[in-house]
Every structure is written in C-alpha cells, then in structure tokens.
Design a protein around this ligand. Structure first.
Ligand code: PEP
Ligand code: MN
Length: 366
C-alpha cells in the first residue's frame, strides 16, 4: 500500500506532532459549533471535527442535527482556515458531505465493523480525491480494521489514516472502551506507512483519564490525537462526561510530555544498544527454555498415550497454575501477566499433546 500521509493531504497543517483533531462530539447548533471549534483552534487544533449524524446505542438519544449542521462546521473551517472532518456512515452521508465541501471524512467504529457499509462508502467514493480517517471496529478485530482500510484503498482512496478509539467490552472498566494498545501497534507493523491517531475521548469516556491516555499515545509514537471539546461540555447532547472545554484542552496539551522518538545523544544510543543486546540474549534463552519444556511435554504426552491417560488432570493444572502465579508475582510481575503467561504456556502444552494423541503414531510405533 502506498498511503499518503496527513501532511501531504494538501491542507495547511503545521508539521508538528501530535496532529490534533478537536471539536465537539456532535454539532448541536450554529453557535455551539462556532464557539467550540474556534476555541479548539485557539488551543492548537489542526483539524476540526463535529458529528452531524450520530450513531447512538439507544434509539431515544440525540442522533445528530443532520445536514443542516454541514454549513456550520464548514464555516468554522473557513474562519479558522482549518480542514474539517465529519463522520459518514452511508452513501447519503457521503453525497451530502461531498456536496458541502467537507475536507476529510471519517468512518466510525460502528461502521468499520460492517464490511457491507464500508464497501458501500468505498463505492460512493470511487474516483473522489478525499482523505479518510478509519476508526477501529468496535470489536477487537485487527483483520476487520485492515479490511476496511483495504476496501477504501482499493476504491482509489490513498489519503488514509487510522483512528484508535478502543474496543468495546461488556461492563467496561475503568475505561469506556479498552485501549488494547497491542492492536494499533500490530496495525502499524502490518501497514508501516499508516499514521495512527489516538482518540482518548472514546477510550476514556471520562475527562479524568484523558491526560494519561493521551500521554501514553504519545509515548507509543501515535501521530496524533482526536479529542472531543465543547464550549459547554456539561450541557452537551452527547458524550457529555468525556468532552473538555477549550481551556481544559489547552491545559491537557500543555501538560503532555513530548519525548523524542530516538535519542540523538551518542552515549544514549550506545547504552541502549547494549541493553537491547541483553534483551535479545535473554529472549533467546527464554525461548530455548520454553522449547525444552515443550520437549518434556511431548515425552509426557507419549507416556499418557501409551497408558490411555487423558491430557488434562485438573488437580495438577490447578497446582501448576497457583504455584507459578505465586512465583511470578513474587518476581515482581503483575497478576494479569502471571495468569496470561502460564495460561499461554499451558495452552501450547495441551495443543502439543492433542496433536500427539490424534497423530498416526500408535502405541506400537512409539
Ligand atoms: C465520535 O467520534 O463521535 C464517534 C461516534 O466515535 P466512535 O465511532 O469511535 O464511537
Ligand atoms: Mn463522541
């Protein structure tokens, strides 16, 4: 994929990191869009956002003002000389957005989850030169996210960036949507050219977490942030708890620590090189040990097979689980890591023994 990066989309976006997309969750009235967007621009927003059609979970919520809001956000863009972006979820939205001269479109999480809808949007955009921001699907499915990006790309759109807005879970805690940072990191590994914007607002769901999640995104080398801001968040018709006033947006930005991607200090580079060599060696040793463990697992598997014994003995597994978790925690690692680690090793052991049990090897042949 040859993806064109945001600074080459033809807008006057200063070459700074992070790129900041801000503005209200929803356009509510002309005055609110104007004040919110002008406020966000004053604090350093480089792209303005507002939702015109809102995908709401429950039917009686505010579902956006609809197309009467299009000229409001467009005027905010003209006054601030900034590009503006809105969410589109179907062909009608695309047509209206293009007709009003909206600069950038975004595909929301509830749309990127649905290949029919993404394809419909892609077809409506075939031959149109407009940038697209593609949010991750609501569920943690990287292939679906990549699939949405590919559908747009195949329709001829090459000004594409991704937005990471977290993944929904039943009873989310403490966040509204879990960040699962490994998924956007893997997206970047799979499509190295793609720029990724983090949307802390929809990850957090609450103002109190926004600073930390924004900082984490910068520390993980995200290219930008999409943060909802509203002139009067407490009165907002959608996502009231997570929106910031323009002043608070300014404070959040001021408090962000901007670290460099690579140090240019030769001492730092030499030291980090040596430490990374240590990590490489330790990883090889860990892998060799795990492979050795799996050889023993294989031996046990053969023995169980010869004796007609089942793969899983619950009391042995409980004993292993408890003792290894305790040891891992004693070694200063987290309980979550301890659980995931021992479960992962055990799953691979079971997989190996299952393979052995169902293989052609008969008792006589072994
Ligand atoms: C939004 O950005 O206002 C929005 C609806 O986001 P998401 O698609 O991430 O839920
Ligand atoms: Mn919102």
């Amino acid at each position: 994929m040859k993806i064109i990066q945001i600074h080459n989309w033809g807008f006057n976006i200063p070459n700074q990191r992070p790129i900041l997309i801000s503005g209200p969750c929803s356009a509510e009235n002309e005055e609110q869009v104007m004040q919110s967007c002008l406020g966000a621009a004053k604090q350093g927003a480089t792209i303005l956002r507002a939702g015109i059609w809102k995908p709401r979970t429950r039917p009686d919520s505010f579902e956006g003002v609809g197309d009467i809001g299009l000229p409001w956000i467009k005027t905010a863009g003209k006054l601030t000389k900034l590009p503006v972006t809105i969410e589109v979820a179907n062909t009608k939205h695309v047509e209206l957005a293009l007709k009003s001269g909206i600069d950038i479109l975004w595909i929301g999480a509830r749309t990127s989850v649905n290949p029919f809808m993404v394809q419909e949007i892609a077809e409506a955009l075939r031959g149109v030169d407009i940038p697209l921001l593609i949010k991750n699907p609501v569920n943690p499915d990287l292939e679906l996210w990549i699939g949405a990006i590919e559908r747009l790309y195949k329709a001829g759109i090459n000004k594409i960036a991704a937005i990471h807005r977290g993944f929904s879970v039943y009873k989310p805690k403490p966040y509204r949507n879990l960040p699962m940072w490994e998924i956007p990191i893997e997206l970047r590994r799979r499509i190295p050219d793609i720029e990724i914007i983090c949307d802390p607002s929809h990850i957090c769901g609450k103002r109190a977490f926004l600073q930390d999640i924004s900082q984490k995104a910068l520390d993980l080398e995200f290219d930008g942030l999409m943060i909802e801001s509203h002139i009067n968040p407490d009165q907002a018709l959608s996502d009231s708890a997570q929106q910031l006033t323009p002043d608070d947006l300014g404070i959040l930005l001021k408090n962000l620590i901007r670290r460099k991607p690579v140090g240019d200090n030769p001492n730092f580079l030499a030291n980090i090189e040596a430490l990374r060599l240590d990590i490489d060696n330790i990883d090889s040793e860990v892998l060799e040990l795990i492979a050795k463990r799996m050889e023993v697992v294989h031996e046990i598997g053969k023995y169980k097979k010869e004796n007609g014994v089942t793969i899983l003995q619950m009391n042995r597994w409980t004993e292993i689980f408890d003792s290894r978790v305790m040891k891992t925690i004693e070694a200063g690692l987290s309980k979550e890591f301890a659980h995931a680690f021992i479960q992962c090793i055990h799953n691979e052991s079971i997989r190996k023994q299952t393979e052995l049990m169902s293989s052609e090897l008969s008792v006589n042949k072994t």
